[in-house]
Design a protein around this ligand. Structure first.
Ligand code: ATP
Length: 287
């Protein structure tokens, strides 16, 4: 019997620096324009080959599904079927990213599985090819295949890597409730929605201008989720009070983040929010 391989793949969380809802499309999806960046809060996938030809998922979060509903399972099915691979695998997902938080946890796990299996089985697939497969699992997966800083358009399938965002500290605060992305999009009213200036945000990043970037971050969905969950506004107010340069909700929420340049400032924000919410993290942007 040959030696069975085992590999480890990191799956970083993302934050939205920008999220604009341009219009509702005839297929029911919203046309989006987003800027996302990876942060160093990451899940870790260990993929190993097993004797039987099946897919086994394990995770340290008991409430997560480990069957066909898990995005990693779906990624493995796709790869196995498309490339006719009869080798079974076990994937252990060590989750650190909060679930249903707006941090892209399930999508980044899926993307990591695609990258990992490409490596494990020497499939030689490009990131473009992996991203196209990922789109079949979820609209945020193509971005997660690339990671780092990128401009994303369409419903998520068009990913354009851009220069790394100016490096800084990110304080993440995840309030207790979880938010359904679908519900938030259902509440979008195109006549009322706020449009952040994504092209200004993009040029600030190209210029590596931290201050300009902090002035240009924005999320069309923030006001919608705040209406339902006013705690998000309270978190933002507190973050500003403790010295954040910018605060924004990520994705459809409910996670809110603060940006700052000095670690001492990040700690101040962390301490100011820790008593208010259970889940608070200080992370670094990823290059
Ligand atoms: P996004 O920002 O892309 O909307 P999110 O961070 O809000 O994502 P996820 O953490 O991806 O949300 O979780 C959304 C749902 O996906 C969960 O309710 C969960 O049951 C399901 N799911 C499937 N596979 C996974 C996985 N590997 N990790 C986390 N959630 C998963």
């Amino acid at each position: 019997m040959g030696e069975r391989m085992e590999i480890i793949e990191k799956a970083p969380a993302k934050i939205n620096l920008g999220l604009d809802v341009l219009h509702k499309r005839s297929d029911g999806y919203h046309e989006l324009e987003m800027v996302m960046s990876s942060v160093d809060l990451a899940d870790r996938l260990t993929i190993e080959e097993i004797a039987e030809d099946k897919i086994i998922i394990e995770t340290n979060r008991a409430f997560l599904p480990v069957d066909e509903r898990n995005h990693v399972y779906q990624a493995a099915m796709l790869v196995k079927e498309r490339y006719k691979i009869n080798q079974g695998i076990k994937v252990s997902i060590k989750k650190s990213i909060p679930v249903a938080a707006g941090l892209g946890g399930g999508s980044t796990d899926c993307a990591a599985a695609l990258r990992g299996l490409n490596r494990l089985w020497n499939l030689g697939l490009s990131l473009e090819e992996l991203a196209a497969m990922g789109m079949e699992v979820g609209t945020d997966v193509p971005y997660c295949v690339y990671g780092k800083t990128a401009l994303i358009t369409g419903k998520g399938e068009k990913v354009f890597p851009i220069p790394d965002m100016p490096q800084c500290w990110v304080v993440l605060v995840k309030p207790r409730m979880s938010v359904s992305t679908g519900k938030v999009f259902n509440e979008v009213d195109m006549n009322e929605i706020h449009h952040p200036n994504i092209s200004e945000l993009k040029s600030a990043i190209y210029a590596n201008d931290y201050t300009r970037m902090t002035q240009a971050v924005g999320n069309s969905l923030e006001a919608i989720t705040i209406k339902r969950h006013p705690i998000i506004q309270q978190i933002k107010d507190r973050m500003l009070k403790y010295g954040a340069d910018a605060t924004l909700m990520s994705g459809s929420g409910p996670t809110v983040y603060a940006l700052c340049q000095q670690y001492s400032r990040a700690q101040r924000i962390y301490n100011g929010l820790k008593g208010f919410c259970d889940e608070v993290y200080i992370v670094r942007t990823l290059k």
